[in-house]
Design a binder for this molecule. Sequence first.
Ligand SMILES: Cc1ncc(COP(=O)(O)O)c(C=O)c1O
Length: 387
Amino acid sequence: MSDELPFIVFGAPSIGEDEIEEVVACMRSGWLGTGPRVARLEREFADYKGVGARAVAAVNSCTAALHVSMVASGLEKGAEVITTPMTFCASVNAIIHAGMKPVLADVDPATQCISPEAIEAAITPRTQAILPVHFAGRPCEMDRIMQIARKHGLLVIEDCAHAIETEFHGQKAGTFGDFGCFSFYVTKNVTTGEGGMIVGGDEELVARARVLALHGMSKDAWHRFGDKGYRHYQVVDTGFKYNMMDIQAAIGIHQLARVEANWKRREQIWDAYMSAFKDLLVVLPSAIAPDTRHGYHLFTMMIEEARCGLSRDEFLDRMNAARIGTGVHYLSIAEHPVYQELFGWRPEAWPNAHAIGQTTVSLPLSAALTEGDLDRIVTTTSGMLAN
Ligand SMILES: Cc1ncc(COP(=O)(O)O)c(C=O)c1O
């Protein structure tokens, strides 16, 4: 019977007619690559973040943003960068590709964000940067992290993949550190299909990141082939191919226009889950700290078999059988074989992240969910986990 139900896709984007029409207009315009629509998305993102137009640079992913930010910063090869074990592999891979060594500092079990005490404990004479992740959209303790960074002369690169709308003590995520790196991947709060944005406090470093994101060329294609006449370019650095296309920005411009309306909808879904599941034996997300704004990117809860009589993985299977997509964010980073081989990491060394990774599950939290979808998710989840 359940085969007849539509599958609720985890992280399905909320795409409107405006996005579709803009993509069509872009395709009819004859200019698909990096050009005026990317420039518009950059301006509007800068406005949303309350920063100057030259403080941002669009790229084709958050991974790219993290990578070029670190390269542009001029961190020394082999320097240590402290990050969290509760993140997507991209945070760690970007550190490695930039030629640095990732060092993990465990998370606070309540917020699931990197713990400032653990950061301090992980600092060595080789540490040059901290890469905190605003996990699930909840802000890290940026006052303490910035204090530690200043005390030890460290750079801060905020991984804001989950945190477009996130704020800490009235300040927007991505504007605390030297760089903030955002993701517009398909499941993210604002999507361009694939895409990302760099926000930086030092305009010169952002300009360097922008050049590095396009082969190290001094002018992008729009500035060579655009309506102002052909201009020569010079290659001034050995860069990468990380530029965003106008086709992608065409989606993002209209996504960004609805960012607050979609955030409101996800807040309603979050509140509905919190109230529907309050008597279940699952561990729900901890309360949102005063004077902070959660980005509501992921609704994660923990299913401990001993308490719930059901393992996390059984729950995932049963949700799938009920045709509801779920996610796991994340197995802790040290569970993955490549890092065990490279660095000798063992998950038990970061016990808080390890425990979360073994029990966590993410329910759909997209603004595209209908009331009917929400009812199905709540009823199915409660039915499986009722004590
Ligand atoms: C915490 C975190 N950092 C970085 C990334 C990488 O983002 P992108 O897919 O835009 O490269 C993701 C993507 O899921 C993420 O969740």
